[in-house]
Design a protein around this ligand. Structure first.
Ligand code: TXA
Ligand code: MG
Length: 339
């Protein structure tokens, strides 16, 4: 049985006590953070954490982020806290920044996917912080079935996990909409492992130049040259195609693709920052913040409306645009059309 705890109007102490008890009993509780919803379990309870992997269908070697509410808890999880980590925590915690540090012995191997490093962040959400304070550090991946778009509404979590986890705290829509930025501080130079809710530019203002892990850049290929690419992530059921390039060209190209796919009898959805004629349309908003906030919702919503193809407008890769384009390209399995 899954209980849904309503906290749309803010932190409810009674609800927090119930959810905290479940966490301490080794159960799974989904909760909102400022980025996306997390699927939480006691980070130091190996059996509880194992259930997260089973529920999500997540490969065991993909490690989880541990969420804390007080900086002092970091000392129990990380063997060493480099100067950069202190500077970044000071400036950006609580917030959408995850730091990878050397792991302390007490952290179970399941939590870190067998690595000797641990990823930690302090979320900037009153419900998440209250839940952690009332229980313990919480390991939580995004609360979606592996491979699906991350959840930004409790409804998304209900769609994926209702009946399969003990509780879902409904805190309404998440503010940032893309997951945290992940930075590795155990390598020679600070290295970006995942662009996310905290722009890289902000991090570099504090610790100087950050290396970008090659995997972040992914594979950028022209769809025409690789029509059969199967790699999928953040993926709805519909095939996603991203259109990138100069704004006016992108607008024209999207219109052209809509006509082309419709003429083949397909139902076409468009997600973009300006209006388009299509079978279904989702307006992403005007600013990069709005696009980030709406991105995963748009993918899930267009899917729900039963389109065969989703054509997504690419945005500039600066600020939050870096995280947005990283998610979009993956959702599209790198089917990118250059306009
Ligand atoms: O915003 C977020 O980060 C959300 C909310 C719930 O906090 N969580 C989230 O978790 O996105 P997840 O599991 O979907 O993504 C965690 C990412 C993965 O890419 C994982 O490989 C990486 O963090 N990660 C975790 N521990 C790591 C480690 N020790 N070394 C390298 N990467 C790590
Ligand atoms: Mg995830």
């Amino acid at each position: 049985m899954t209980i849904v705890i309503n906290m749309r109007d803010g932190v409810d102490e009674r609800g927090i006590r119930i959810a905290a008890r479940l966490i301490l009993d080794g159960k799974l509780v989904a909760f909102p953070t400022e980025t996306v919803y997390g699927l939480g379990a006691d980070a130091l309870n190996a059996r509880a954490v194992k259930r997260i992997f089973e529920a999500k269908g997540r490969p065991a070697d993909n490690p989880l982020i541990i969420h804390i509410a007080d900086f002092d808890d970091l000392g129990k999880l990380a063997r060493e806290i480099p100067e950069e980590a202190k500077l970044l925590a000071e400036k950006f915690w609580p917030g959408p920044l995850t730091m990878v540090l050397p792991k302390e012995e007490g952290v179970p191997d399941v939590t870190t996917g067998g690595l000797d490093t641990v990823a930690v962040r302090m979320p900037a959400h009153p419900i998440a912080l209250a839940l952690i304070r009332a229980s313990t550090p919480i390991a939580a991946p995004s609360a979606n079935i592996s491979g699906k778009p991350s959840p930004t509404l409790a409804e998304h979590v209900i769609d994926d996990f209702y009946g399969r986890i003990e509780a879902i705290i409904d805190g309404g829509e998440t503010r940032v909409g893309v997951e945290s930025t992940v930075i590795d501080l155990t390598s020679e130079r600070p290295t970006l492992l995942r662009p996310g809710g905290l722009p890289l530019e902000e991090i570099e203002k504090v610790i100087g130049e950050v290396e970008i892990h090659p995997a972040v850049k992914g594979k950028l290929v022209d769809v025409a040259k690789a029509p059969g690419m199967k790699y999928r992530h953040y993926s709805p059921n519909a095939q996603v195609i991203v259109v990138e390039g100069k704004r006016e060209n992108v607008r024209r190209k999207i219109a052209e693709l809509v006509r082309e796919y419709r003429s083949r009898g397909l139902r076409v959805g468009v997600m973009a920052t300006e209006r388009h004629e299509a079978d279904e349309f989702f307006h992403l908003g005007g600013t990069e913040e709005e696009v980030a906030r709406n991105l995963f919702k748009a993918l899930r919503e267009l899917d729900r409306r039963g389109v065969d193809v989703i054509i997504a407008e690419g945005i500039e890769e600066k600020g939050l645009g870096f995280a947005v384009m990283n998610r979009l390209r993956k959702a599209a399995g790198y089917r990118i059309v250059w306009a």
